[in-house]
Design a protein around this ligand. Structure first.
Ligand SMILES: Cc1cc2nc3c(=O)[nH]c(=O)nc-3n(C[C@H](O)[C@H](O)[C@H](O)COP(=O)(O)O)c2cc1C
Length: 333
């Protein structure tokens, strides 16, 4: 057996990890199996629970805990009042809270009461400053390259150096379009102490993605993603990066009409495992167990498509990227 790759940075030291990687919290595809696989590979697993009712959140935390003895974070929205979820996660032994989409300061009393530590996702300097003032122990700098919902408009090459300068000794972890070792090396050159892997983990067996979504990600070419507000059902007015698919093309060919006047609006394109109807333009992710025209759903993807490669296991992918980046960084150093 080959030895597991490790790479020590200010981020790994602060959170007792063996590789400077955060598995992206990804609603609908990052469940207990992916979180545990990442955590067991020495990365920080990050479980999104912000959209769950309390009893489901408790259940998925317990399911994750059954698969790994390593600590993992939970992911919550900063713009929603999620104190109840913070408290229940703490009851279940979670101490790491990753807040995104807004200023985390209002959630800090609940995080402090829970004895928790804040990792804040930010997309610009003002957001970084607010998160640092609130007591963030690490920052995830999400660049405009990222798949999923994207708060900011700044590319990582600009965002990471600016935020790293502000953050001082607080480690900055880069998110967006990172799919191979050279991306990690480049992010470190900008001042990052870690990277987030999102879209590239969706194609592994540990993710809960619909097989068609996984295939679409692997077949997509560079430039096949777009940042838009196309899929606004459930979460209106929130920009997101997806593959340009049939729904996006229908909307763009109609001249991007406003919500309520879009072609095919109200079509039920997919059903969830329990039969729930998912209409066109809904923000739901194409998860396993869904049936119907998954291709018409929001196929969230970062700009790394076209360079992503097939990988069966999240652990193997994380290990390969870190080993190659570590070799490259040693060579450079
Ligand atoms: C399918 C999908 C769902 C996502 N859901 C969330 C989420 O629930 N919470 C969150 O903080 N970020 C979410 N994101 C954004 C990721 O955390 C991360 O910023 C992004 O995946 C990084 O870009 P990449 O996909 O190019 O690696 C999501 C991304 C994707 C692709």
């Amino acid at each position: 057996m080959t030895e597991a790759a490790t790479l020590s940075t200010a981020f790994t030291k602060r959170f007792d990890l063996s590789v400077p990687v955060i598995q992206a919290p990804m609603g609908g595809v990052a469940g207990p199996r992916l979180i545990a696989a990442a955590a067991n590979a020495g990365a920080l697993g990050n479980l999104p629970i912000w959209f769950f009712p309390a009893d489901t959140a408790r259940q998925v935390i317990r399911q994750t805990r059954a698969l790994t003895a390593k600590p993992f974070a939970v992911n919550l929205r900063a713009d929603l009042k999620q104190e109840e979820l913070i408290a229940l996660a703490a009851e279940e032994g979670v101490t790491l809270f990753n807040l995104f989409w807004g200023n985390p300061a209002p959630s800090m009393p609940a995080i402090r009461r829970a004895g928790g530590r804040l990792i804040a996702t930010i997309s610009d300097k003002d957001g970084a400053k607010a998160a640092l003032d609130a007591g963030a122990e690490a920052l995830i700098a999400q660049g405009v390259e990222a798949g999923g919902h994207v708060f900011g408009t700044t590319p990582l090459a600009e965002l990471v150096p600016a935020v790293a300068e502000l953050a001082g000794s607080v480690p900055v972890v880069a998110a967006g379009g990172i799919v191979e070792a050279q991306d990690m090396v480049r992010a470190f050159g900008w001042g990052a102490a870690g990277v987030v892997l999102g879209s590239c983990l969706i194609v592994t067996d540990d993710a809960d993605a619909h097989p068609g979504y996984r295939k679409a990600l692997l077949e997509a070419k560079a430039g096949d993603t777009v940042l838009s507000k196309c899929f606004d059902g459930f979460w209106p007015d929130a920009p997101h990066r997806t593959l340009k698919n049939s729904t996006y093309r229908m909307w763009s060919e109609a001249g991007f009409p406003k919500s309520g006047a879009r072609p095919g609006e109200g079509d039920i394109v997919v059903r969830g495992p329990g039969g729930a109807e998912i209409p066109r333009y809904h923000a739901a992710t194409a998860s396993g167990g869904m049936s119907g025209d998954y291709e018409a759903m929001a196929l969230y993807a970062g700009t790394g498509v076209g360079r992503m490669r097939e990988a069966r296991s999240a652990a193997a992918l994380i290990q390969d990227i870190v080993a190659a980046a570590a070799g490259n960084l040693r060579g450079a150093g």
